[in-house]
Write a new protein. Sequence first.
Lengths: 248, 250
Amino acid sequence: MALVVLVPRTPGWERVQQSFFDREIFVETFPKLLSAFVLDIKILAWSTPAIFVLSVLFALARGVRSPALFPLRAFGAIYVDVFRGIPVILVITLVGFGIPTGLALPRPWNSPLLWGSVALILSYSAYVAEVIRSGIESVHESQRAAARSLGMTSSQTMRVIVLPQALRRVVPPLMNSFISLQKDVALVSLLGPIEVLRRANIEQARLFNFTPYVGAAVIFLAVTIPATRLADHLMARQRRRTGGTAVG
Amino acid sequence: MTAEPKLRVQGVSKSFGDHLVLDGISLDVAERDVICLIGASGSGKSTLLRCINLLEPIDDGRVVLDGEDISEPGRDPDPIRRRIGMVFQSFNLFPHLSVVDNVAIGPRKVLGRRRAVARADAQILLDRLGLTDRADAYPDQLSGGQQQRVAIARSLALEPEVMLLDEITSALDPELVGEVLDVVRELKREGMTMLFATHEMAFAREMADRICFLHQGQILEEGPPEQIFGDPREERTRQFLQRVIDAGRM
């Protein structure tokens, strides 16, 4: 792609238009891209709740104070450090190619879709756990004191009083993570499933034209721009409510 | 006083780091007693209340409720805390719950009441405290005085045997203090056993059966309000009261 842009031979607009914005090719490939995007949506749909649940668990594990549960706390910390420190694309390659091939798993356990999603979930849980933990820590100690003084147990206090407040506060940063995830789903294409980026790849190779990539970009933008606006809106509302102390 | 006080504090000490906040405090509270803790900021009033409610572990001494040592290490504090209500200076209402749910949440989670039952009981309490029409509001929509009354209702919902009030009017605008003190007056009339820390000397004088003057983590002087305010034995008490008078708070 860079080659085409940078090759100095007659780089006029006409050439750009032919290579990137070919109307006929766009019309021909866009429906295929759209139907491939359904797979991206599916990956997003099952990964998001898994990430959410897992990251709440990791955030709770990292917040454990009792000395008896120190191993849990250490495990949470190590997990977050490791998966936040590795590029998502590396986790996807390692888990997505490595586990099914390296362990010679039989069908259906060798599905790249399965392990690609697992990789996304592992990676994102580490990021989101940190966001949620910052939310938990932002809930003032006096809220715990009030709940405990009523006789609530520490787990009731966390579940009923602290966590609901913490999650509300981190909705805007969570939205940002969700937007990143929307895009990073395309990384699963590395492993072979024909989602939108993979489909654009195939079409580009077939037609020797980059318009399908532009089509894929249009599809992503159609999803991420509204989500970004929503996140900005939530962030602004948060600032108004809390007087500029939004967490994140 | 009955043979066995409702609540006994025996030689309780507590340090934060090198700072000794409570230095061997002993105090007996009989059933239906109203005891007031006065003293400068940092004299240990709040810490004492928090220790009684087991929110802070104590370093030494014991806290006895109905003859039972509740401060014993390893003892589950949760069933004890529901018997001791606590109201905080900064209200500490749960901002994500409506007023009626703030009051109902304790009975629901701690006593296992059904939601509808707990909310109906909460509504009755709110009616009593003059908050009938605020039941569905959220804490940030209420005045400070209303918030503090909700906090009292939240505590009362668990039918505590003893109430601890930690400077409950200190965060309020002067014109809102009265409505909160009215509630405490009502509690005294009903015979609630109470231990409260306050800067409102007029109120302490009116309400308390006994006043304890705390200084540097010790109870320096203890007696009926007439004696403490009229004829303090200790020089420190006298100085403290003089400062309060000079500040126009009495």
